[in-house]
Design a protein around this ligand. Structure first.
Ligand code: 8X3
Length: 257
């Protein structure tokens, strides 16, 4: 094993949960961060390799304190999986709630920064470490209703490239994974405000990427030789592809009074 101790954010569901489980089963020590204590308890009951921490990544002070209070066996973090994130709504920008926009920026951008800023210096100091950030196809490919969610993921993508550039000259690795349509997570339930019909419509007839697919990718990344850095991975289910550019015909330019 190239690395031993992994911090996974958003570990109570979806990609984070699948990753925490898989890595713990493969002998990694996993610090599982999430807001929901009950879900974390369930997860940590599965393995002694999991140390649960109920915490909100948007709380910079709490993230800082955590790192200095980890128990023996979990203190020496090698890997960060910045997975915590969410999308809220699919409305067009002109119809969105500002609160939703701010919540997405808080978790998807500031959450990643809080965790990375706290831990990165220690990785560089020991010349060992791996930062794996969860971006999205929405960060590269615009779609109607993607507005701020896509923009936060574009931030994660570019931040990952810039991190990679800053740590060059050390043994630290940085990868951004950009998944497309994924099912069996809470992502779309949260985004569509728990509307089960809309969620079912979205996934019906598709075979989407599963949390296990992302977890397996992360395990593969960790097992790559020390000299190999995978900069970016974009993953879509086979049933998804690019949509092409859209042209509106007979567009009305008259100003409305
Ligand atoms: C998830 C992919 O297409 O729902 O990040 O935005 S998408």
């Amino acid at each position: 094993m190239n690395y031993k101790t992994v911090l996974v954010t958003g570990a109570s569901a979806g990609f984070g949960l699948a990753t925490a489980r898989l890595l713990a089963n493969n002998g990694y020590k996993v610090i599982a961060l999430a807001r929901r204590e009950d879900k974390l308890k369930e997860l940590s009951s599965l393995s002694d390799n999991i140390y649960p921490v109920a915490m909100d990544v948007t709380d910079a002070k709490a993230v800082e304190t955590l790192v200095s209070s980890l128990p023996d066996g979990f203190k020496d973090i090698d890997v960060i999986v910045n997975n915590a994130g969410l999308a809220l709504g699919v409305e067009k920008a002109q119809e969105c709630s500002l609160e939703n926009w701010k919540t997405m920026v808080d978790t998807n951008v500031l959450g990643v920064l809080n965790v990375t800023h706290t831990i990165l210096p220690s990785l560089v100091k020991k010349n060992k470490g791996f930062i794996i950030n969860l971006g999205s196809t929405a960060g590269s490919w615009p779609y109607v209703g993607g507005n701020v969610y896509g923009a936060t993921k574009a931030f994660v993508e570019q931040f990952s490239r810039n991190l990679r550039t800053d740590v060059q000259g050390s043994a630290i690795k940085v990868t951004v994974i950009k998944p497309g349509l994924c099912s069996d997570t809470e992502f779309s339930y949260v985004r569509l405000n728990g509307d089960e019909k809309k969620v079912n419509d979205l996934y019906s007839g598709t075979k989407s990427i599963l949390p296990e697919d992302i977890a397996n990718t992360i395990l593969w990344l960790l097992n790559n030789p020390a000299h190999v850095n995978v900069n970016e991975i974009e993953m879509m289910p086979v049933c998804q592809a690019y949509g092409g550019l859209k042209v509106v015909k007979d567009l009305d330019f008259t100003e409305k009074k």
